[in-house]
Design a protein around this ligand. Structure first.
Ligand code: MLT
Length: 365
């Protein structure tokens, strides 16, 4: 087993120290390293606070003073557009100071170890590290080295917890809107029995690992759809309802079609005879999208490989919520930053939200 597989298998066995349904609340934690740190209650708590920040995002001045005086470092040692900008936007909208670490012009290039770099930055007096790294487990290592909050912004094939949270936020928001209700009124009931197909390069995807944990914790029925070579080893132990190699068969029974990027930088190309054949069998195009269950959503974490897992026309179809995922990403990251940094340790979810209201009142926002 690779360390990635062990990490995921460990999570299924509850080795993160938390059962996926009874994890302590986010406010009582110091870090967000895995979806299994949250459990169903923790996810719902994040979604509740995120809804409040969705409202903030709609204001003329979408900013609150909740994290004034706090410093957040975005330590990205792997490429990113949306996740890095999203975390930085979130921290700035909470009035935190942001230190944006640029790996390519840092002392890492001169041979400094990650640990020395992290300890050096921490010595400047920072409150949170948002860590992206190509090695699974890097954010957990940072959490051991420094006495600071750590948020996992994607580590190797392992996990990408805030992506899964923003996906849950988006699904709940759209389904609530259709019912003419506020998301908070629907709770997480809308996930019970929801048929989610996660399609594509599951093997190399940290998004799939986090999403399977999150959707599963909330009661969705997840089916993985991929060629055998792009399924993870030991897939039978994954907490999913099924596995399929036939996208056309699965689509009519799908309420949420979640497409994954074919991850060339992680070697996905070596697992396929040809990318063209892969796109023909597993790519979502308008013809296929028309066979989805009524009102189905199409999601993608980005960046998209147009013409591979998603045809050019699909992001513009009415069921596509891809840009909404990006927009909600800011609110969800505001929520987790606020809950980890903005409330005293051990404060309840209700206390966290009440603290948020206080922060708004004192700001006159
Ligand atoms: C990630 O960082 O994992 C992205 O959000 C998804 C991808 O790269 O395919």
């Amino acid at each position: 087993m690779t360390s990635d597989q062990e990490a995921v298998a460990g999570k299924r066995r509850g080795e993160s120290g938390t059962d996926t349904n009874s994890a302590p609340s986010v406010g009582a934690r110091r870090h967000l390293l895995s979806v299994s740190d949250l459990g169903a209650e923790g996810i719902e708590e994040v979604l509740r606070v995120a809804d409040a920040f969705v409202e903030v995002s709609k204001r003329d001045i979408p900013k609150v003073p909740a994290l004034r005086g706090k410093t957040v470092v975005t330590l990205f040692v792997e490429e990113s557009t949306r996740t890095k900008l999203s975390f930085e936007t979130a921290a700035k909208r909470l009035s935190a100071d942001v230190l944006s670490f640029n790996a390519s012009s840092s002392s890492l290039k001169k041979g400094e170890s990650l640990r020395d770099t992290v300890e050096t930055v921490a010595a400047m007096g920072v409150d949170a590290f948002v860590v992206r790294h190509s090695a699974a487990g890097a954010p957990a290592a940072v959490a051991r080295w420094v006495d600071t909050c750590v948020l996992n912004a994607g580590d190797g094939w392992h996990e990408h917890p805030t992506q899964a949270l923003l996906d849950c936020c988006t699904i709940r928001q759209v389904l609530a809107e259709r019912d003419g209700r506020a998301p908070a009124e629907t709770g997480v009931e809308c996930f019970k029995g929801l048929r989610v197909a996660i399609v594509g390069d599951v093997r190399h995807s940290r998004v799939a690992r986090s999403s399977v944990l999150a959707f599963g914790a909330l009661g969705a029925r997840v089916t993985l759809v991929a060629p055998g070579t792009l399924l993870p080893p030991a897939v039978e132990a994954w907490p999913v309802a099924g596995v399929s190699h036939d996208l056309d068969e699965v689509l009519p029974q799908t309420d949420v079609c979640y497409l994954l990027r074919l991850q060339g930088e992680r070697g996905a190309g070596r697992f396929l005879p040809s990318v063209r054949e892969y796109a023909a069998a597993y790519g979502l195009n308008a013809r296929r999208a028309a066979t989805l269950a009524d009102g189905a959503l199409v999601m993608h974490p980005g960046p998209m490989n147009r013409g591979v897992e998603i045809a050019d026309e699909v992001p513009d179809l009415p069921g596509s919520v891809i840009l909404r995922q990006v927009a909600n990403g800011v609110a969800v990251r505001m929520a987790v930053l606020f809950m980890l940094l903005g409330t005293p340790q051990g404060k309840s979810p209700a206390g966290a939200v009440a603290g948020l209201e206080d922060a708004w009142e004192t700001s006159g926002a």
